[in-house]
Design a protein around this ligand. Structure first.
Ligand SMILES: Nc1ncnc2c1ncn2[C@@H]1O[C@H](COP(=O)(O)OP(=O)(O)OP(=O)(O)O)[C@@H](O)[C@H]1O
Ligand SMILES: [Mg+2]
Length: 508
């Protein structure tokens, strides 16, 4: 990320939206919102979870219809509008949640709906060839013929980006494009963004990783609760002001670390082996501490949490909780033993998106909510549990009966955490607890981790965000290639030291 920033050309106004209104059942998602975008600029659209960013961009790209308001695209009013018309007009969007036909190949996905034909047949050779060119330009090594379901999430995300780029858009919307990328891929993406900018394309960039804005962003538009709040040129020295506008108040401490006395050993993992990415892992977790696990993508951090929690089979190893060995063959064993996990991929592993919020929170806790010979669920108790979780995490929702999948990304993540709050667990493991979560909600999650720690629960978390690992851990473990390669006390570790350990086995 060392390359120089190209100054944004004084561009034409590509998009102008005014008075945009959008209501969903029970939620006013957008209320009199305005927005504009110039050619050759990177505009950060910022706001808390549920502010309406994705909804506004879905309206611009024709995915949703607006209830009211005007859109001017390249100076012309937009009347009848849908996703195909938007695409044809030069508006491309990379959606926050991956939108891929996973049973098709990379090339088939990229050319979906605009397949190349030769003599009334699909011209697969040319589509594969053109896909290869696009991928080469992006510096990504993916076989155009590979089936998308066989690719890692980060690679799927790169395909999604390639797909948008291949449409030769003049307006490119990126909704959380980096949330699943490795740092190397993020660097590559930023290089591409600089190129596109120089070509005069207008780019809307949505991200909760505020520290990355400095590398690409020229201007910011801030939304809150469905309203336009303000607009200003990006300036790294104004981050506090930007954040205050996003959340409506100042955030004094982004990493509210609290010191606790280290108590008894709660968790011990001995010589754990499970596949190539969990090799002889030994770790301990004490009362009163938060242990952060750092490492690059693919280091085996998620695999380690999965093996401990009993999702993946263990080849060997022992787990002790409060000094007693526990046998964990399944997540159910683990939950019974008092060890719970908030997984990384919330949509796939963390939530039943088609069930209500209430059901999602109640589901792993039915043992506590049901009674009698038939195991009838006590609805009153269920409601109390749900209300309390929703309140303590300040989850923004119309009511607890709506589908979990209809919430904004960050609020979904909070539900994943919320369902474990009701249980009296001994150990809580979080895998990327703040991915896609806004700056204020991050602080809420950190406070929650502190609360758990102060109540004597062992807290461990995996994170790819270095400031978070450094800011919230009491002790830091570093993984590389399935092994634990480093251990630091918080306050003694630097980013460089951690990175050195995280790349220990990589050849220069
Ligand atoms: N399809 C839908 N049905 C019902 N409500 C929706 C739908 N899509 C969005 N909403 C609601 O509209 C509001 C704005 O959501 P939106 O997804 O635009 O927020 P966001 O700013 O993108 O948040 P995040 O940063 O979490 O992605 C939220 O209250 C959300 O629950
Ligand atoms: Mg969104």
């Amino acid at each position: 990320m060392e390359e120089k920033r190209t100054p944004a050309p004084a561009g034409k106004e590509l998009v102008k939206m005014t008075g945009i209104m959008k209501e969903f059942p029970g939620v006013k998602a957008l209320d009199d919102v305005r927005f504009n975008l110039y050619s050759g600029e990177v505009l950060a659209l910022l706001g808390e979870n549920g502010a309406g960013k994705s909804t506004l961009m879905k309206i611009l790209s024709g995915v949703y219809q607006r209830d009211d308001g005007e859109i001017l695209l390249f100076g012309k009013p937009v009347k009848e509008w849908d996703a195909n018309k938007a695409k044809d007009a030069g508006v491309a969007i990379i959606h926050q949640e991956l939108n891929m036909c996973t049973h098709l190949s990379v090339a088939e996905n990229i050319f979906l709906g605009r397949e190349l034909v030769k003599k009334e047949r699909l011209d697969n050779d040319r589509m594969n060839e053109e896909t290869r060119e696009i991928l080469n330009k992006l510096n990504i090594d993916i076989d155009p013929k590979a089936q998308v379901s066989d690719l890692a999430i980060s690679k799927q995300q790169m395909v999604e980006i390639a797909k948008a780029l291949s449409q030769n858009a003049r307006v490119l919307i990126m909704d959380e494009p980096t949330s699943a990328l490795t740092s190397k891929e993020i660097d590559d993406l930023f290089k591409i963004i600089h190129q596109l900018k120089a070509d005069g394309i207008g780019i809307v960039y949505i991200s909760h990783r505020l520290e990355e804005l400095q590398h690409i962003v020229d201007r910011v538009i801030i939304m809150r609760d469905g309203h336009f709040i303000t607009e200003m040129p990006y300036d790294i020295n104004k981050m506090d002001e930007i954040i205050a506008n996003m959340v409506g108040h100042e955030i004094k401490e982004k990493f509210p670390h609290v010191a606790c006395k280290k108590g008894k050993k709660i968790l011990e993992v001995k010589n754990l082996n499970a596949g190539p990415l969990v090799r002889n892992v030994n770790l301990e977790l004490y009362e009163g501490e938060i242990v952060g696990i750092a490492g690059l993508m693919g280091a085996g951090r998620t695999e380690t949490t999965r093996a401990i929690f009993g999702i993946d089979p263990k080849e060997s190893g022992q787990i002790f909780i409060d000094g007693n060995e526990v046998i964990i063959h399944s997540p159910a064993d683990s939950i019974r033993a008092g060890l719970v996990l908030a997984p990384e991929d919330r949509k796939k592993d963390g939530l039943c998106t088609r069930l209500s919020i209430s059901d999602n929170i109640a589901l792993p806790n039915l043992d506590m909510l049901s009674s009698g010979p038939l195991g009838t669920v006590n609805r009153k108790k269920e409601k109390e549990m749900v209300d309390q979780s929703v309140q303590s995490l300040k989850i923004k929702l119309p009511n607890a009966q709506v589908d979990a999948g209809s919430l904004s990304g960050g609020n979904q993540q909070k539900i994943v955490v919320a369902k474990w709050l009701a249980r009296e667990s001994r150990v809580v493991i979080f895998d990327e607890p703040t991915r896609g979560i806004d700056v204020a909600a991050k602080v809420e999650i950190y406070n929650l981790m502190n609360q758990l720690k102060q109540s004597g629960i062992g807290v461990m978390f995996v994170s790819s965000e270095m400031p978070e690992v450094l800011g919230m851990s009491d002790r830091i473990l570093v993984m590389c290639d399935g092994r634990i390669t480093g251990e630091f006390m918080a306050g003694e570790a630097t980013q460089d030291q951690i990175l050195t350990k995280a790349t220990q086995f990589e050849k220069k």
